[in-house]
Design a protein around this ligand. Structure first.
Ligand code: SF4
Length: 179
């Protein structure tokens, strides 16, 4: 029973007993909440940005606080592909295969200028952005990005995970245009 006194609501009876121990929500929201705090990243690290990625595990940044501390080096156990560094045209099919081997739901972070656009490499060997071969959920700018920027990108991604419709198959697979 809820009584209204002045501008406040006061709960009495069984509701008062349960109010501290029961949470009512929607299944989609609960799944989103669980997913965003249990991220298993797969670091596809190829170049100097990887040093910056390592610093995320150190005490000043402590990516563990976001539930994303344990890197997995098999795509079967990962749900966040973090592409870190320059990707060459020859590596593109490998990146695509790693992405395809990850189970749904899965997300992709493009870490740094090289992964996002090829960076300052304007030549025939460098992939001008990983979104030519796999879909990207969040781009983190910088050469290399500051760890704070990566955490910012991670929080944006967590917001996306929370608000996404939790369906078995997330999206149409984009066919790569370079491989
Ligand atoms: S963005 Fe800069 S730091 Fe990162 S891989 Fe490219 S050149 Fe290296």
């Amino acid at each position: 029973m809820t009584e209204r006194i002045g501008s406040a609501n006061y709960t009495a009876g069984p509701e008062a007993l349960l109010s501290d121990s029961v949470i009512v929500t929607q299944v989609e929201k609960a799944i989103g909440w669980a997913r965003k705090y249990s991220i298993f990243p797969y670091p596809f690290a190829t170049a100097c940005c990887a040093m910056e990625f390592m610093s995320l595990s150190m005490a000043p940044y402590d990516i563990d606080r976001f539930g994303a501390a344990l890197p997995r080096f098999t795509p079967r156990q990962a749900d966040l592909l973090i592409v870190i560094g320059t990707v060459t045209i020859r590596q593109a099919p490998i990146l695509r295969r790693v992405y395809d081997q990850m189970a749904e739901p899965k997300w992709v972070m493009s870490f740094g200028a090289c992964a996002s656009s090829g960076g300052f490499y304007d030549n025939y060997t460098t992939l001008p952005g990983i979104d030519r071969v796999i879909p990207v959920d969040v781009y983190v700018p910088g050469c290399p990005p500051r760890p704070e920027a990566v955490l910012d990108g991670l929080m944006m991604l967590q917001k996306k995970m929370q608000n996404e419709r939790q369906r078995a198959f997330r999206r149409e697979v984009v066919e790569p245009d370079l491989i």
